[in-house]
Structures are given as C-alpha cells and as structure tokens.
Design a binder for this molecule. Structure first.
Ligand code: C2E
Ligand code: MG
Ligand code: MG
Length: 469
C-alpha cells in the first residue's frame, strides 16, 4: 500500500514519479532481511565472510568434540582480473555466479561454501580425515570448475588455485586454519595455474622470510649492504675476456649473500628497485672507469635494468649523469633488458631506447627466447646484443628442440646483425656446439663465476681456448 506523486517538468509533462510506500513489512520479515544481508553475499547468495567464520567456529568446536576431521579449502580463480578487465564487470559477475553454482553442486549437503569477496571462495568440509581424502575432494572441485563455460554466447575456461588446510593438524584455531589454507593457495598460484597445494610449515617459513626481506630491503641501501659482482664474458675467437656483466648481491646481516632472484622481485614491487638501480648504474660506471684508468683495462660493462627504471621519466638523464660524473665513454656501457618485459612495454619505451642509443649507450636484449618478440620490432629497435637465455644453453645436447631453437636464434641474430652472447655455458659440450654454430662469445661457470670487482683484472692474462676453433 502506498501513494505515488507525479513529478512534472517545465512543460508540465510527467518526467518522473515519486513513490512513497507505507512500510507494511512486519518486523519479523524485516529482521530476517537484515540477517540475510549480514550473512549472505548478494551476488551469489552464498554465505559471506561473516557467516563463514560462524560456521567454521561451529565446525571446529564440534569436530574437537567428535574427533572427526574438518578440511578447509581456499579457492582463488586464476587471472580473474583479466577476465573482468577484458569482458567487463557484468560479465565477471555472471561468471562468479556460475562458479558459485558449480561449487555448490559438487560439494555435499553438510559442507559450507562461502564467498569471501572478489574471486575468493572457501569450502568447509567435515568428516575429511586424511590429506589424501582432502586432495581428492579438491581435485574434484577443480575439475568441475575447469569445464568450459558458456556465458552470453562466449565460450571460456577458467582455472582455479586451491589451498588446503586440515583441522587440527594444520591449525588448531579457525584463524590459523584460514591463514594457512590461504598461504597454501598462494603457493599453488605461484607454481602455475590450476594447482592444489596442501599447507606445510615450510610455506610459513618462506613467507616469513619474504616478509623480513621486504622489511630489511628499505634499509639495505642506507646500510650499504648491496654489493656488485662481475662475471667475465669471453670471446673464444680471440681467447680473451671482452666484457663483464654486473650482478647485484645483497650482503644481508642475517642470511649472508642473498641472490637477486630473491629480492629483485620484492624491490620491483615496493619501488626500492629505483634507488637500488640508480646505485647499481653509478657503481658499475665508476668501476669500469677505475679499471680503465688504474689498470689500463678496457672492459665493456653490462648492467641489468628493470622495466620500472626504464619507465621513469628521468632515466635517460640518470644514465647521462652516471657516465659524465665518472668520465666513462657511453660506448663502454651496455644496458640489458629482459625480452618479455621489453616487448610488453615497447610502445612507451621506444623513445627512451632511441635517446639512449643516440647518446651512444649500447642495448642488449636479455633472456632471449623466453618472450615473444616480433621480428620487425626487433629490427627497428637498433639493438646491439642478443643474449640467449640459459635455459636453452642447458638443453643443448639434451633436448633436440633446444638444439634447433639455439640454431634458429643464431640465424636470426646473424640476419639482424646482432652480437650474440650465450649465457649459462657450463660444459664443454655446450661450448663446442655453440662455437660450431657460429657463436663464440660465452658467459658461464665453465669460464668464470660472478665475483668481486677486485678479482676481475686477474682474468686479463687468461687465455680461453676452444678445441673446435
Ligand atoms: P641475468 O641478467 O640473466 O643474469 C645471469 C644470471 O645467470 C646470473 O644470476 C648469473 O650468476 C647466472 N649464471 C651465469 N653463468 C651461469 C652458469 O653457467 N650456470 C648457471 N646456473 N647460472 C649462471 P644472478 O646473479 O643470480 O642474477 C639473476 C638475475 O637477477 C639476473 O639474470 C638479472 O635478471 C637479475 N639482476 C641481477 N643484478 C641485477 C641488477 O643490478 N638490476 C636488476 N634490475 N636486475 C638484476
Ligand atoms: Mg643480464
Ligand atoms: Mg639472462
């Protein structure tokens, strides 16, 4: 029961309508409506975070009494953000509804399925006592979710990462249980799509490690804990060391020398890569100049730069400043950029790269073979060097595919008049194969490991020979 009053515009046409309802809903219904909103997700009608925690508390208390197991499954849809971005949010919502329906259909009546928000779902399942049972259960859910979807005429597939934690062995309180299932889910995601991982205490330690790395990284520069190592690159034609790659290390007060693979990704995320990269560049230029001046040793120095550095508006100026302040000729500096990231950001980077080239700085494409370079782009970039990714070097003589990939890369480099460096050369077999196929510039443990600047001049006198030359 209510009343409606028309709203009229200037011309007295009805342009809208205000409807006033007298509230006839009995208090009881109103209350249940409020409870529903507080406990259920409005999109999927699944229990929300609130009710999920209530149910988990109940199940854990019950299971503690009856000594039957409870399993907690933490689900996260892989790359859901991409689907949302490309197909739009309404489509994403539709997909989430469908996913919610599928999960509910495959679990048992007594299980609780909840949506914790976004593309995260949880399942609480009782009477699951062993890891094997839990993994079977998770596998079943995953398989149902990875069947094709048809929504609004679009065919698509999604994959899901699932983390599993059991009560009581993986956590004796609901809070710890959820946290550990979440950690396991992240671990699954880290290993690739559609994975299932059971929580283990080592995962917890790895996370604490990462957290302490992140916390300390802010101080590392101030405390002068970064060190540059240099790895000789040799040319078997002349038998000489021709250049070095600067590789950063973190001399951590607790963990010792930390490898860049462990802290560069963190530094890229929290922005520390910018000041750290600036330090690396400055340090490498100073070192190259000092070898030149004090030891009459002319070595091209190769410096890795992250894409985040390159995207900084003042990057070119910084490079210029490092060269000028140290009096280093631009031709003695080569910047290495990882292939996959270069290709993804090509549009924005083109100008930066051509300004660097204009200054005389050399450019190298690193980890070649791991991205998807288009040939025409490569030829337009005016690069100097192409570095074959070490995964291919490792496969030489082992995977016939890698043999042909290496040959193809070498042919490609020749046709674009690029210098080639083979990275990760560890065996004579790899070295011989490369030389026979026309690549004589090598970097790898077979010749020298990365080491402190002071031991580099010692390599000047060394002759690196190849039996096949
Ligand atoms: P990268 O640029 O591809 O560097 C080559 C990596 O291969 C180095 O690892 C080097 O020590 C290793 N390596 C060389 N020869 C061999 C070999 O024969 N066998 C094996 N197994 N490995 C070999 P490292 O020093 O751990 O550096 C890892 C990555 O971290 C580098 O890969 C680079 O992407 C990044 N990185 C290192 N220093 C910097 C830096 O100053 N700035 C930035 N942005 N990234 C850096
Ligand atoms: Mg490199
Ligand atoms: Mg590389």
């Amino acid at each position: 029961e209510g009343s409606a009053a028309p709203i009229r515009g200037d011309s007295a046409d009805v342009i809208g309508c205000i409807v006033v309802f007298r509230d006839m809903t009995p208090r009881k219904e109103l209350l249940s409506e409020i409870t529903r909103k507080a406990n259920f997700d409005s999109l999927t009608h699944l229990p929300n975070r609130n009710l999920f925690h209530d149910r988990l508390d109940q199940m854990v208390a019950q299971s503690g009494r009856t000594r039957s197991g409870v399993a907690l499954f933490y689900l996260d849809i892989d790359e859901f953000k991409d689907i949302n971005d490309t197909m739009g949010h309404p489509f994403g919502d539709l997909l989430l509804k469908e996913i919610a329906g599928r999960i509910s259909a495959v679990v048992r009546e007594s299980d609780t399925v909840a949506r914790l928000g976004g593309d995260e779902f949880c399942i609480i399942a009782d009477k699951i006592g062993s890891r094997e049972e839990a993994l079977l259960f998770a596998g079943n859910v995953r398989d149902h979710l990875s069947k094709p979807y048809q929504l609004e005429g679009v065919d698509l597939r999604v994959t899901t990462s699932i983390g599993v934690a059991l009560f009581p062995e993986d956590g004796i309180t609901p809070t710890v249980l959820v946290r550990n299932a979440d950690i396991a889910m992240y671990q699954a995601k880290g290993k690739g799509r559609n994975g299932i991982e059971h929580f283990s205490p080592e995962m917890d330690r790895a996370i604490q490690d990462r957290a302490s790395i992140e916390n300390r990284l802010y101080l590392a520069l101030e405390h002068s804990e970064f060190v540059l190592f240099y790895q000789p690159i040799v040319d078997l034609q002349s038998g000489k060391m021709v250049s070095v790659e600067a590789l950063v290390r973190w001399d951590h007060p607790e963990f010792g020398m930390v490898s860049p693979d462990r802290f560069i990704p963190v530094a890229e995320k929290n922005g520390m890569i910018i000041p750290m990269g600036r330090w690396v560049l400055e340090q490498a230029c100073r070192q190259a100049k000092s070898w030149l001046e004090a030891q009459d040793l002319s070595l091209l120095v190769k410096v890795n730069v992250s894409i985040r550095q390159l995207l900084q508006a003042d990057f070119v100026t910084e490079v210029e400043r490092s060269l000028l302040s140290n009096g280093l000729p631009a031709e003695m500096l080569e910047l290495e950029i990882t292939e996959s990231l270069l290709m993804e950001n090509l549009g924005e980077l083109k100008q930066t790269l051509s300004r660097l080239k204009g200054m005389g700085v050399r450019l190298s494409i690193d980890d070649f073979g791991t991205g998807y370079s288009s040939l025409s782009y490569l030829s337009h970039l005016n690069l100097n060097t192409l570095k074959i990714d070490q995964s291919f070097t490792k496969g030489i003589g082992i995977h016939p595919n890698d043999d042909s990939i290496v040959k193809t890369i070498l042919a490609l480099a020749r046709s674009l008049s690029l210098e080639v460096v083979a990275e990760g050369v560890e065996t004579v077999l790899q070295s011989d194969f490369l030389v026979k196929n026309g690549c004589s510039v090598h970097q790898g443990y077979l010749y020298a490991r990365p080491q402190p600047a002071s031991s580099i001049p010692g390599y000047r006198e060394q002759f690196f020979s190849s039996p096949v030359l």
